[in-house]
Write a protein that binds this ligand. Structure first.
Ligand code: AHR
Length: 332
């Protein structure tokens, strides 16, 4: 499948577009750092929707500081139009390099063409963009979300007997989707569906967006529970939605991890704690610690070095015992 480009953005507020001019090359030319060797990066973050995002923002900000890169950071508050506005402002400010994590996959070609025409290289982090023109960005650094969904689905297939909590031979799965149109929501759903198709007794009986937030996960899980249908398994496409759903499950008098098996993605500290406590059964890791690699890629691009167009993040999975072991050293 032809796919994706990325985008990221972050902190402070969009209205604070008080950028100061910094060096960049002339229109359409090849990119270099400013004449004095300093590098300014404009970074447009998705928002602050989850523990994962908070850790990602911290990683970007700390790594920029460590690398001596001047970071201009924008928090797009979950809105694509805010990210586009941020990127246009970075172009106007003549930053040396732009990085972002796109809120959604589609609709980026126009603004990315503007960056290209201005000679400012773009690096996608975390999430892809669905563009046929791969010349619009230098590299895409992040996870393979399809594989993450597959790992989650494979756990249900491998643990089918245990996952059939009412023992009726049918495994009813409810799914909490991430932000509609976002790469991780699309790809994790696709990977999960692909893996569970190996066992016809496993069916997704309800699937709705919780927008990657704890509140969203809680509210949607409440509505799933109110339907009255038996739920064997919850697949929450991130830890925060899973944690919100746990609150709804407990409020309904059920035991998360036992009456309803729970699988999530991310492995942030709160998720790992719930896994270790037996409230979650399995977590697929998605690392937010992209900052150091991003700064390294930016420096290489500005030095005129070749970079890989797709750089994959290394990730693992955790069961309950592994979470207990990993928790003391967890960085996020
Ligand atoms: O794009 C990464 C996803 O975005 C994380 O899994 C989720 O927690 C975040 O909101």
């Amino acid at each position: 499948m032809l796919k994706k480009t990325l985008i990221a953005a972050s902190a402070i507020t969009l209205s604070a577009f008080a950028f100061t001019a910094c060096g960049s090359d002339s229109e359409g030319g090849s990119s270099t750092a400013s004449d004095d060797g300093s590098i300014t990066m404009g970074f447009a973050q998705v928002g602050a929707e989850s523990g994962w995002r908070t850790a990602n923002t911290k990683s970007i900000q700390e790594s920029a500081k460590d690398a001596g890169i001047d970071l201009k950071f924008t928090d797009a508050q979950g809105k694509q139009e805010n990210q586009i506005q941020a990127i246009r402002s970075y172009i106007q400010q003549k930053v040396d390099v732009i990085a972002f994590s796109p809120v959604v996959e589609t609709g980026w070609d126009a603004v990315l063409n503007e960056a290209k025409a201005a000679g400012i290289p773009v690096i996608l982090t975390d999430r892809a963009v669905d563009s046929k023109d791969t010349s619009l960005y230098k590299s895409f650094l992040g996870s393979d979300f399809v594989v993450e969904g597959q790992k989650a689905g494979q756990w249900v297939v491998d643990n089918a007997a245990d996952a059939d909590t009412d023992g009726d031979g049918a495994i009813n799965v409810v799914q909490l989707e991430g932000t509609t149109g976002a790469a991780p929501a699309i790809d994790r759903g696709e990977g999960f569906a692909d893996a569970i198709s190996a066992d016809p007794s496993i069916k997704v009986v309800a699937s709705q967006t919780g927008d990657f937030t704890r509140d969203g996960g809680k509210q949607v899980m409440e509505s799933f529970l109110q339907s009255g249908d038996h739920i064997d398994v919850l697949f929450a496409q991130n830890d925060d939605m899973g944690l919100g759903a746990i609150e709804a499950i407990e409020a309904a008098g059920l035991t998360p991890g036992k009456d309803i098996k729970i699988i999530t993605v991310d492995a942030v500290h709160d998720g790992m704690q719930a896994l270790s406590d037996g409230k979650i059964n399995f977590i697929v890791e998605c690392s937010p610690l992209l900052g150091p690699q991003l700064m390294d890629i930016a420096k290489k691009v500005l030095d005129g070095e070749d970079v890989e167009p797709r750089i994959l993040t290394e990730e693992t999975t955790f069961d309950q015992a592994q979470a207990t072991e990993a928790l003391p050293d967890r960085q996020y």
